[in-house]
Design a protein around this ligand. Structure first.
Ligand code: GLA
Ligand code: ZN
Length: 689
């Protein structure tokens, strides 16, 4: 049963459309602030994010607060029926604070304390910084708790990075003591007898450093875990006064896609709703449809971070992003396409960085709804207004979600340990790319997918794909085995089941605790140089209809089929004839093992066969042209189907006899529809059970 989630805040049962708004930069130009309100209406914006970098404007000197300007901004928004996502200002602090309390300045891994400057660089352990943030958050919540414009709290901005100061070292040691209880257990877990690294006193334990300890993988892993823990702890500290004073105002923080510095699966439970900032390099070296599918993959992570609950697209650019290698303009239709893509995967907002270009400093050329020219007669403004008009017609989609039959595992800890290991091939480990390569065939067929981590619940899926599951935490293999025995289909790849939660290798043959489920033993793995390939040759009657030869590159696992059946073999090198693809039957289910990193055609044929055999639900009963996807949300009564063309050329889709309503035009649609270059359509039909 699909249910509809309530809107982010019942005050506004619509899509949020707007962006980061920095009125503190324009306090000397009241005419600009006045015009902003006029322009926001024209752009069909209903919400802005304010106060993100306003600390010095709110507290110009220690203990002296000035909320007058923010009062006026919020009052004016409310007068116009608009809403505010109100930020806590900890993302950047006033200079007076850094000057008076140097302990709040971060210390880098080289143990050099930074000077005041830039942003996102406070110590998250510092009691002084915690006290200062608690105070300002408290004041903001007290002042605006009943303000009609207050919709949502935006905690800080893009929490990230790490601090190696003495306060953080102490906190790290305390965290380790809690985790391991004894130093002996820590030494064992980190395998410190290696290179004589055994600790004989807790005080010897230090965070990793380029000029110190960097070679103990268990330490590196636990440090990353600690950084997530401590950042989350700081975030909880920020949340406390907000939840106390404004229990009905939800809390979010803007995350950064698959940013490697934080395990977002650990951060998300503390938030009411998750949000992220999406800045793809459209029109770059990679074909847009391939990039588009990787962006979809991330959107799906964000929907799954809260178990299917809609998320927020907190930032995206209306035109260019100024920090990319090449700051390419969005081609016509791309703004609408990329905005609706987020919505298609579960976003209940389309928000931008930024509303108006700042006149000076680092982001003066970053895309904005309002350019330096200062009026609405620009291509970008028009693109934004178009999206706003569309969103106004999508009230029915707010809170709708999707319950896919397929899950792909993407796990942050796994990303960390694969990145840190010595071995394989340095440049082409590509955990993330491997996950997306398994995801893409579903995207291309319009088969909805959840992206979960290895701790997720597998029970509701028909198909579970776990690419490069190098680390297997306790209990995970058992749950996978149960999943298969009960009739699930499981797919694993090369380089799986190698280490436990401490990054210690499993003994007794890889893939460790997955060996029984997969029915294979992986004896060794070959890494190939760039340009080198092997071939994967399906055996006759392989059950999946695989034919021809597929190309393998980068990594080839040399396995023995134990209880598994061989479906394809290597066709070259000294391991010619050894298994390259196997399937093991266990209980009512099957477990496949893909031994090598294969070409797209393999993934397409392999997963295409599984989609057919398992009769996985496709959003549309249609063959989608390459580069076009169909995604869907439903409230159980209606299906909202998003047809998205990531090709720079027209594409046709045959909807056959199914009847839809075009949600933007209100017209009935069936048969052949034509999508222009980067075109998008939102269609509605009665829910197809
Ligand atoms: C991040 C930040 C914003 C802005 C944008 C620019 O997402 O949160 O403040 O700097 O990048 O792309
Ligand atoms: Zn610190």
């Amino acid at each position: 049963m699909t249910k509809r989630y309530p809107p982010i805040n019942p005050k506004c049962p619509h899509f949020l459309h707007g962006g980061d708004y920095n009125p503190e930069q324009w306090l000397r130009s009241p005419e600009v602030l006045k015009d902003d309100l006029r322009l926001m209406k024209l752009a069909h914006c209903n919400t802005v994010s304010v106060g993100i970098f306003s600390w010095v404007a709110l507290e110009p000197e220690e203990g002296r607060f000035n909320f007058d300007w923010l009062d006026r901004v919020l009052d004016n928004l409310a007068k116009d029926g608009m809403f505010a996502v109100l930020a806590t200002p900890s993302g950047a602090r006033p200079a007076w604070m850094s000057q008076k309390y140097p302990e709040i300045l971060r210390m880098n891994a080289d143990r050099v304390r930074i000077l005041h400057g830039a942003r996102h660089n406070h110590c998250y352990t510092s009691p002084v910084y915690r006290e200062k943030t608690a105070l300002i958050n408290h004041k903001l919540a007290e002042r605006y708790k009943d303000h009609p414009a207050l919709l949502l709290w935006h905690l800080s901005n893009e929490y990230g990075g790490e601090c190696h100061c003495p306060l953080c070292q102490d906190a790290f040691r305390a965290w380790l003591k809690q985790r391991y209880t004894s130093l002996d257990a820590l030494n064992q877990a980190w395998w410190t007898a290696f290179w004589s690294h055994t600790y004989t006193d807790w005080s010897q334990v230090e965070s990793p450093a380029p000029h110190g300890e960097w070679a103990v993988h268990g330490l590196n892993l636990d440090w990353k875990r600690f950084v997530t823990h401590q950042t989350t702890d700081f975030m909880k500290h920020e949340i406390a006064p907000l939840r106390e004073i404004t229990p009905n105002v939800p809390v979010t923080t803007n995350m950064m896609g698959t940013y490697a510095g934080l395990d977002y699966w650990k951060v998300a439970p503390e938030l009411d709703v998750v949000s992220w900032d999406s800045y793809p390099t459209w029109h770059g070296q990679e074909e847009d449809w391939r990039l588009g599918s990787s962006v979809s993959f991330i959107h799906d992570i964000y929907r799954c971070l809260k178990g299917g609950k809609p998320f927020l697209l907190m930032e995206s650019t209306p035109s260019i992003t100024n920090w990319q290698e090449v700051c390419k303009l969005k081609r016509p239709n791309m703004h609408r396409l990329s905005s609706l893509q987020a919505v298609a995967h579960g976003a209940d907002t389309v928000q931008y960085f930024q509303w108006r270009k700042s006149r000076g400093s680092f982001e003066k050329f970053h895309g904005a709804v309002v350019d330096h020219v200062g009026h609405e007669h620009t291509r970008t403004f028009h693109d934004v207004a178009e999206v706003g008009e569309i969103l106004e017609k999508l009230d029915a989609v707010v809170g709708a979600t999707i319950r896919p039959e397929v899950a792909v595992i993407y796990d942050w800890e796994n990303e960390w340990v694969i990145g840190d290991l010595q071995g394989l091939s340095r440049k082409r480990r590509d955990y993330g790319g491997t996950c997306v390569a398994q995801y893409r065939p579903f995207w291309s067929r319009g088969v909805p997918v959840d992206v979960i981590n290895m701790d997720g619940d597998f029970a509701g899926y028909k198909l579970l794909v776990a690419p490069m599951l190098y680390m297997v935490r306790p209990g995970v293999a058992e749950r996978m085995e149960r999943f298969v025995k009960r009739g699930g289909v499981f797919v694993a790849t090369y380089w799986s089941g190698i280490v436990n939660e401490s990054d210690l290798c499993f003994h007794g043959g890889f893939p460790g605790p997955l060996r029984k489920t997969l029915g294979i033993w992986s004896e060794e793995i070959d890494a190939l140089h760039e340009g080198q390939t092997n071939v994967v040759v399906p055996v006759a009657k392989n059950g999946l209809g695989l034919t021809g030869r597929y190309q393998a590159r980068d990594l080839c696992d040399l396995i023995h089929a134990e209880t598994a059946e061989v479906l394809a073999k290597y066709g070259a090198d000294f391991y010619k004839g050894r298994p390259a693809l196997t399937v093991n039957t266990l209980g009512k289910g099957q477990a496949y093992y893909i031994a090598s990193r294969n070409d797209d055609r393999f993934h397409d044929d392999f997963y295409g066969a599984l989609v057919r055999q398992l009769e996985l639900k496709r959003v549309l009963n249609a063959n989608l042209p390459k580069g076009v996807t169909a995604q869907m949300r439903t409230d159980g009564e209606h299906d909202f189907v998003f047809l998205l063309n990531f090709q720079p050329a027209t594409r046709k889709v045959n909807l056959s006899r199914e009847a839809f309503t075009d949600m933007t035009s209100g017209q009935n649609v069936k048969g052949n529809v034509t999508l222009p270059a980067y075109g998008s359509l939102i269609l509605c039909r009665p829910h197809a059970a």
